[in-house]
Design a protein around this ligand. Sequence first.
Ligand SMILES: *[C@@H]1O[C@H](CO)[C@@H](O)[C@H](O)[C@H]1NC(C)=O
Ligand SMILES: *[C@@H]1O[C@H](CO)[C@@H](O)[C@H](O)[C@H]1NC(C)=O
Ligand SMILES: *[C@@H]1O[C@H](CO)[C@@H](O)[C@H](O)[C@H]1NC(C)=O
Ligand SMILES: *[C@@H]1O[C@H](CO)[C@@H](O)[C@H](O)[C@H]1NC(C)=O
Ligand SMILES: *[C@@H]1O[C@H](CO)[C@@H](O)[C@H](O)[C@H]1NC(C)=O
Length: 221
Amino acid sequence: MSVLFVFSLFLLLNVPNSCIAQKNYSSFVLIQQWPKGFCRMIGGFCTMKPNKFTIYGLWPLRPNGRPIKYCNTDSNLSEDDIKPLEKQLSSNWPSLGGLDFAVWYGQWKVHGTCSENEFTKLEYFQLALDNYAQNDLRDILKKANIVPDEQKHYNRSSVVAAVHQHTQHDPQLVCYFDSVRNVSVLYQIAICYADDGKSYKNCVSDFIGNCSGTQLLIDPK
Ligand SMILES: *[C@@H]1O[C@H](CO)[C@@H](O)[C@H](O)[C@H]1NC(C)=O
Ligand SMILES: *[C@@H]1O[C@H](CO)[C@@H](O)[C@H](O)[C@H]1NC(C)=O
Ligand SMILES: *[C@@H]1O[C@H](CO)[C@@H](O)[C@H](O)[C@H]1NC(C)=O
Ligand SMILES: *[C@@H]1O[C@H](CO)[C@@H](O)[C@H](O)[C@H]1NC(C)=O
Ligand SMILES: *[C@@H]1O[C@H](CO)[C@@H](O)[C@H](O)[C@H]1NC(C)=O
């Protein structure tokens, strides 16, 4: 046993459990959605369909890849908490079909509260916007000649490779199966991060969905 190890053990044994600021998540995922695909999947109830990927959520994940949820029900988001970011959030994290703030409020409650010891409300929303800004998925796919087109099917592996080219890590793809068109339709892409929320990491779990089939379509409208 190394001296350092013994020393660490000593420290652990002597600090009361309640004083260890326990982090219950080991990674983050930033999920972006393609509004045209997402809205078609849910049956069309959207009032807006921006022609770009938008933020769906930034979620702290457990080591098994599942989201950790509702860590502090007393922590309520107010509009004032995120006032400085409101314009950017409305543009990049819109509700698509309802009140933007309702989406942010819900995402904070369910997910943001789980990393609140490390990221304040403002920091959490800023982190989502920063990571989003570094990954313009429409542009990233376009560089690999992957564009929304009713007539084109893309290999799942080609879509993964296009994102990998940008982040050097594997994303997670989320699709719905359209039985009428007989094809898997891509509507979300998830990019994973270490627990610092900033360094890329391979996405390892398929908890948020999966794309069955090897050929994918991206809805053009
Ligand atoms: C982590 O989970 C434990 C057990 O559920 C809980 O007591 C603790 O408060 C949580 N820590 C944080 C930082 O949320
Ligand atoms: C947060 O909202 C809940 C329910 O709306 C309420 O019960 C709670 O008191 C609020 N917490 C604070 C700190 O305002
Ligand atoms: C797509 O996948 C098929 C079968 O796996 C392969 O033959 C083809 O070369 C791939 N196309 C591209 C563009 O990667
Ligand atoms: C659906 O697509 C699969 C794979 O491309 C193909 O093998 C199958 O024949 C198609 N089914 C119909 C009913 O067109
Ligand atoms: C998710 O999809 C990939 C590729 O089609 C497949 O290898 C994997 O087994 C799937 N996972 C589940 C749980 O269906």
